[in-house]
Ligand binder design. Structure first.
Ligand code: CDP
Length: 585
């Protein structure tokens, strides 16, 4: 493995384990540990020692070549006492004190293992509603959201990482307006992302300009009506101000869930890429697309389909094994995982693949290629899942599923996703070939850093390589790109590369949404042709001067193009922002 400085630091701090002799394992030893545990599962299905060894080598090679990385909990959990390997969980929140606090306890246990949790608060009776046992009044979903947030704050995460959460409320819940406003003060509820669960009925009311009904989940009674436009406007305005709430199209998620014959999805995991049923979980892993271009940076550049197909199949097998190697935090979760056998094969380094192919992110060609690449990976995942079903059996809930109806006997209820890959994309990056998270464009080409009073330039590995190769690299030029936060419009950068090296701020929100849609796939596709059968984690970036109307347009386009959800972020709209371009840092 050829790791960047930052990857080494992150690994050292949180991923490498102490060995029995008290010393820390090396990155290679970490990969060996993970490959060994995950390949060990093969023995349960009758593989000989020699066969297990061969699979272990294959798994090790996937990671060592930086072609594929499993999600963080697989690195930190494999072969340890906790042994929890998944990043994504959804827990149900029932409408009683016992259920509310039971689930809060369960969430704490999951956070302890590095997993993130999502919850729908939609089943809780609204604030002010009757509570029979105490003759009192209910405090409502938003107050319990605050309690959950405080619990996360109190426990944080020892050793691994802090637990992220997602809170969802259906748009037809009587407390929806309070929920939409609940994060207007950005110092509140900081351990949660929040999203509104938008129904088809709501979208129909919005299109027709009518009211829609609010329903008390305790008894199904209609408690009142609201104008769909008023709620939508409030939602969009808050998203414009602070980036939250996001939306998820909850009925679409359920309609397109291949396993919707046995489960109802109410929520997603924290970053939105996994719509999951109650007690649902998913282990993720992502392919580094930057490694799959032949003749990069030339007119003959092409995707290495053959090798991509092999890696996608082997990665699918890896993720299916993770289900059996996993030690689940709750019996209900273990049981569900063994019944639906969800896996989440995703990608990262998409921006770097595009640069090697000579395509600008904001181009029709790039959008078409995104759809083609993800559809291809899905096809390979389905092939491997079918082969696994042949050898090990279909997943127990398969009968009656959309897979069954399509005549496809598979081992996994869902297979593909696009995760943020916040940490594992660092592990996949090399000094000369970076790896941007998921399907995000590059954030910037040149960062400036103050080091002991001196201004240092951090130049994107691909940008530096090309500039040096073509002879237009200079400190002054890099400084200029850093200050502008883009190569576009910088005279010293050849026109072609100005286009190809698009950063997230160069790309209009519409292109961000179109790219997300290319990976998600449109409504109505057959189950094996949906490029992503879970969902896509993506941030739609806006410049600071964008208007509320601009955000509204993106939300509308998201609905129109078949997205399962959307999250926006307007530059500078939150006090703390991890990455900034220009020389502000
Ligand atoms: O790169 P890595 O595997 O560490 O994670 P990611 O792809 O950025 O995030 C995948 C999922 O892990 C998220 O959607 C969350 O469910 C979970 N996560 C979390 O719970 N807490 C974090 N601090 C980061 C991720």
């Amino acid at each position: 493995m050829e790791l960047t400085h930052i990857a080494k630091t992150v690994m050292e701090k949180r991923y490498l384990r102490l060995k029995e002799d008290g010393s820390k394992e090396t990155p290679e030893e970490m990969l060996r540990r993970v490959a060994g545990v995950i390949a060990g599962v093969e023995a349960q299905y009758g593989a000989s020692k020699k066969e297990v060894r061969a699979i272990e080598e294959a798994f090790y090679g996937l990671m060592d070549r930086q072609d594929f990385m499993p999600n963080s909990p697989t690195f930190t959990g494999a072969g340890t006492a906790l042994g929890q390997l998944s990043a994504c969980f959804v827990l149900p929140v029932g409408d009683s004190l016992v259920e509310i606090y039971e689930t809060m306890k369960h969430a704490a246990l999951i956070h302890q293992t590095g997993g993130g949790t999502g919850f729908a608060f939609s089943r809780l009776r609204p604030a002010g509603d009757k509570v029979r046992s105490s003759q009192g009044v209910a405090s409502g979903p938003v107050s319990f959201l605050r309690v959950y947030n405080a619990s996360t704050e109190a426990i944080k995460q020892g050793g691994t990482r802090r637990g992220a959460n997602m809170g969802i409320l259906r748009v037809d819940h009587p407390d929806i307006l309070d929920f939409i406003e609940s994060k207007a003060d950005t110092t509140q509820i900081t351990n949660f992302n929040i999203s509104v669960g938008i129904t088809d009925a709501f979208m129909a009311a919005l299109e027709q300009g009518t009211d829609y009904e609010l329903i008390n989940p305790r008894n199904g009674e209609v408690t009142g009506k609201l104008s769909a436009k008023l709620v939508w406007d409030k939602l969009v305005e808050n998203a414009w101000k602070t980036g939250e709430p996001g939306v998820i199209f909850i009925d679409r998620m359920n309609r397109r869930n291949p396993n919707n014959h046995v489960e109802v999805i109410e929520a997603t995991n924290p970053c939105g890429e996994q719509p999951l049923p109650p007690y649902g979980s998913c282990n993720l892993g992502s392919i580094n697309l930057a490694n799959f271009v032949k003749n990069p940076y030339t007119a003959q550049a092409e995707v290495d389909w053959e090798r991509l197909g092999q890696v996608a199949r082997m990665a699918t097998r890896f993720l299916d094994n993770v289900i059996d190697a996993n030690k689940y935090p709750l019996p209900q979760i273990a049981e569900k995982a063994r019944r639906d056998r969800r896996i989440g094969l995703g990608i990262m380094g998409w921006a770097e693949m595009l640069v090697q192919m000579g395509l600008a992110y904001d181009s029709d060609e790039a959008v078409a290629l995104g759809n083609q690449v993800m559809t291809f990976i899905k096809q390979k995942a389905v092939e491997e899942s079918m082969a696994l079903a042949e050898a090990r059996g279909a997943y127990p809930e398969w009968e009656g599923s959309q897979w069954h109806k399509a005549g496809l006997k598979v081992r996994n209820a869902t297979m593909t996703t696009v995760a943020p890959t916040g940490t594992i994309s660092l592990f996949a990056a090399r000094p000369d070939l970076p790896c941007s998270g998921g399907i995000e464009p590059k954030f910037a080409l040149v960062f400036t850093r103050n080091q002991a009073g001196a201004v240092m330039l951090d130049v994107d590995g691909q940008f530096a390589t090309i500039a040096k190769r073509e002879g237009w690299y200079s400190e002054e030029l890099m400084q200029q790109v850093a200050e502008r936060g883009t190569a576009r419009g910088v005279a010293g950068v050849p026109e072609r590369w100005q286009q190809v090296f698009a950063t997230s701020h160069d790309i209009s929100p519409e292109w961000h949404v179109r790219m997300q849609a290319a990976f998600q796939g449109a409504d109505g596709l057959p189950v094996d042709r949906q490029p992503v059968d879970a969902a896509v984690s993506k941030t739609i970036n806006f410049p600071h001067h964008a208007s509320v109307e601009d955000v509204a347009k993106s939300y509308a386009l998201a609905w129109q193009l078949g997205l399962k959800g959307i999250t926006v972020y307007r530059d500078g709209s939150r006090a703390s922002q991890v990455l900034t371009t220009g020389d502000k840092t």
